[in-house]
Design a binder for this molecule. Sequence first.
Ligand code: OOB
Length: 555
Amino acid sequence: MEGFVPWPPEFARRYRQEGYWLDKTITEVMEESFERFASNPLLVAAQNGRVYSYQECGRLATRLALHLKSLGLKLYDRVILQLPNQPEVLITYLAILKAGGIPIMALPPHQEAEIGFFAKLAEARALVIPAVFRKADKQQMAENIQKEAPSLDMVLVSGGIPRPGYYSLDALFADPIEERIKDPSFPRPDPDLPAVLQLSGGTTGIPKLIPRTHNDYIYNFLCNARVCGLDGHTVLLLAIPQQHNFALACPGFMGVASAGGCEVLSAVPSPDAALEVIEKYRVTHWIAVPAMVIAVLNHPDRSRYHLESLKIILTGGSKLNPEVALRVRPELGCDVQQCLGMAEGPLFWTRLDDPDEVRFGTQGRPQSPGDDFKIADPSTGEEVESGEMGELWCRGPYTIRGYYRAPEYNARAFSPDGYYKSGDLVRLHTSGNVVVEGRLKDCINRGGEKISAEEIENHILAHPAVDICACVAMPDLLLGERVCAFIVPKPGQALTLAELNRFLLEERRIAKFKLPERLELVDALPLTNVGKVNKVVLRNTITEQIEKEGAQAAR
Ligand code: OOB
């Protein structure tokens, strides 16, 4: 497939021989589960309590897949999936796969800038959207994108009335096409080719798409379901967008579905909602970013809720501080399992039988014996001395060998011998686990959601009052980091944060979670001796400033 970098044949041979790659499609693996766990509950919508059995998910996915085929969706057509956390998002995901399409896992808050970019880069055929998301008219967004992306000729809309030429997803789900169709067959995708395009948080001005093949993604979630001990009694709570790799496959929805468990999907990412849902549905496993763990620990009414069912919080996406990790067992009565994960593949997990110091103080070790990692000097690729800090480089049966349609970037992001250079600075703990110490890549990790500094800077530079700018992470007690924009205005010009953000939302049409939350107007930006903006200085400046303000407020 054009734009896809496969594993070299000798690696592929080994991954098959060693049993990591099963040569099945995701649809085949999911359908084995639909049959095996037939009447067991697979999905529960937290907002209305509606339960979908395995059988029903399979039946609805097949129905929608037949509709997609009859609307003209072909093998390997790319479909942007932007629905919020309701069971429809997963059933549509399964349907796209069954019809032979490749879902692009866009996040619900993405706007025209992001979705338009994916549509053009991947020459997407179809787009699945809610009619409205947080007051944004998504059909208007689709129309605007279609003007720029001629490949996009199929728009499916959930809720609301579809515009002329668009299809109602609800009407398709309600229409039993299987009763009248003559040919119920589907083309079978090659398990060695991309099944799903995940999103990279990105570190450059241009977002990247991550091709996950059937073989690699199936191994990813089967292995992860074992490492997290999922089984038929598992009730997993998911309140982060279902499209995230963490939510979909680590172990996520597909891990739960492979083990016979049940997933409760919550559309509300608040600590109150999480506490209510854990109590009401007797949740056993909860996938949560550290910011949410902190919010629940600090929730004033937490003791009012019955959380006895909760066994493990699976946390990752950003670093869980050891002080927070230590509070989980005494205050919430459950274990915490940390994951250093990436949409590009690598998954490091702490294990429940690790000693306390390792469970609380490290971010885990590879989930699979097939994983191969090194802690490298980023400039030479040589392994650093044991215990020294270096960049984490990974290779393995579920770690990609290249981003989709990005050959120039791939030459930098992967070593010649195929390691993915994660951009994370880590240290090897004596236990063999890794500890995340920082990062090389230029992104901001806002509560687990990655924001590319360069991408935001490019949008800010389009503002007429801006001369130069730089975005850096500023520390935040809850989210870990937020975006701070340092801006040198053009002579005689001024700018406020409110005006900047109005511009970014309304004129640049970027997702709201990427907006700067602080603006510092300055006369000049500090430079390094090679003339690049010195972001270390900027990060230190804003960190000191915030500390000073905190001390003043406390006085
Ligand atoms: C997950 O995936 P992405 O692709 O959104 O972000 C990956 C990056 C990592 O390279 C690292 O910088 C950061 O997020 N990260 C962590 C972390 N887990 C991820 N940094 C510190 N401590 C951790 N525990 O975020 C993701 C994918 C699958 C499972 C879990 C998380």
